[in-house]
Design a protein around this ligand. Sequence first.
Ligand code: ADP
Ligand code: MG
Length: 685
Amino acid sequence: MDIKLDSYIDVIPGIGERKKLIYNRLNIFTIRDILNHYPLRYEDRRMFKRLSEIRQEEMVSIKGIIQSFEIKKPKQGMTLIKVTIRDGYDIGELTFFNNKYISNKLITGRTIKAYGKAKREFGKVRMTSPDFEFDSSRLKTGCIYPVYPLTRGLSNDEILKVLKLIINEINMESLEYLDGELREKLKLCGLGDAIKNIHFPKDPILIKIAKYRLVFDEFFILHLGLKVVKGITEIEKGISFKNQSKLLDFIKNLPFKLTDAQEKVVKEILSDMKRPVPMQRLVQGDVGSGKTIVAFISLYNSYLNGYQGAMMAPTEILAKQHYESAKEIFCELGLTIHLLTGSTTKKQKELIYKSIRDGECDILIGTHALIEDKVDFKNLGIVITDEQHRFGVRQRGKLLGKSDFTPDMIVMTATPIPRTLALIVHGDLDISIIDQMPSGRKPIKTYAVEKKKRNDVYSFAAKEIDKGRQIYVVCPLIEENEKMDLKSAQDLYESLKSNYLKDYEIGLLHGKMKAKEKQEIMDSFLEGSIDVLVSTTVIEVGINVPNASVMIIEDSQRFGLSQLHQLRGRVGRGEYQSYCVLVYVGKNEVTKERIKTMVSTNDGFEISQKDLILRGQGELFGTRQHGIPEFKLADISKHQSVLKLAQQIGDEIIENDPKLERKENSTMKTELKLRMTQINGIIIN
Ligand code: ADP
Ligand code: MG
């Protein structure tokens, strides 16, 4: 048998075509994958108890000599096996149903061991359908027994046997990729031992030690990988933008003064742009902190240096909004700005493509239509995207076109997260934070109202409309059922129209509408001809209507914290006191905790931290969306200190050897390459 880490699992005897597919359902393809299929939990089966000492209903391991056995067929299709065992002077009885396997193995005088729930009946210890094994085998009894995530057609015992075989067959020492000195310093056990002990621990303390190593590894590999990727970008040729006095005039002439935080971030960006290295920067800022203007300043700097710029938004509505603001801000400066989205007509598109190719278009704003093959920039200087559309190395290559220079890149995020967490999600980027709101803003007041008191909410809303304000009403997206989703928004719309808010203009916006219809509704809301905008979560990101002062969120218990915060950020964008009303039903703890958090703070960083704790990392970051592998054991909310350690060690290594070219780092690099190929678009040479 020749088993290698990266062999497919069907090298293992007994795993044929059918079994292979079953393993695949658990995302297990290679030997490495099955070694990384960790137990969900363990059962402590170490202690064998004498039959005489067993308590009623105890879960326990026992052993005895087979005294006798009988095989009966009480009815058609049923086989009943009774095995009498002896342990010293005591007698026990094991009962099995329809177990062909055991019936062939029973021999009187043979040792049988079993683990299960013991019952004392008629002076005998009995177990029904226990786990069992014979002779000196110690896979299921007298051990700490791992319990694995399973799928139909695959039993825990099968996994156990396969793992035992692999671990015996493979040289576990060879798994190690960290050098001994470093491991010693960090008090990490060997990787081979960690894997062995996570599956077959002799002692609970060994599980802890193994987990520590494996959690460290997950963080470490990801962080190192992101840093190497960052290093790769940094050796590409970038554009060195010169500082322009016109840029300062532009900033001076803005309708408002930049906040200190905006100024600091602009400074960071401009100094990055000056360096002949491609900028890779993440700008984090709470909703309403003024990220858009920072983007525009960067675009203008690129323009003043003779380059084109592109800005990509997650939705058409948002792209259009950015386009309108850009036209307004740049109107007297003679820039050519185009909008390219899915609903741009074919004819317009051709004209825009040409204008981009010829270099006539200075700034292109759009949705992902912006990175289609036909878009071919003459000299692209900077690309601004949002978090959802950050590019991997490959897509970036596509933007490069014929240019020898990699454009600068800024990623804007609408969900700010604390720095340590940002590093694990965006470790390949430099990070800027806008941690201040424009002055003069009145903090949004947030209230939680039970659904049965909804009347009050809408009569309050009516008063605000009478003062000249506008209102958002959001209902949740019901994911399993788009039709229902639509219905909930539509029902609400109807009931507001015929009842609560019948004297006002109400518009309805939902995901099923065509882009053009959506745009029309948005435009009327922006103009003020609609007082109330009822919508599903399509308005979540970025919409900017300063006159809107109330955000009512129906069934708010259905939303995650970060989402609620995003929604709340749609109001409080102008000079008026704004309100967010969370209408809710239900009294569960998470709901209460969420509502408490929302009412008590307006700080997006704090909220995302809390969200992380309440919902767990997977949901918060939508790991798949980010292309970041899901952690198996590591949990950023629980293992912050390990995370910091892994980041620190990774940084030290990269500082001394940015591309991992040194001989002592070669095994680490090999490991990294293997594990990072899982990350979308990241290939390390
Ligand atoms: P976000 O960070 O959520 O994208 P925006 O960029 O949309 O926020 O900015 C929100 C609002 O604040 C916009 O109306 C914008 O014009 C305004 N704004 C941005 N910066 C300032 C500032 N320094 N002073 C006053 N208003 C500002
Ligand atoms: Mg924005």
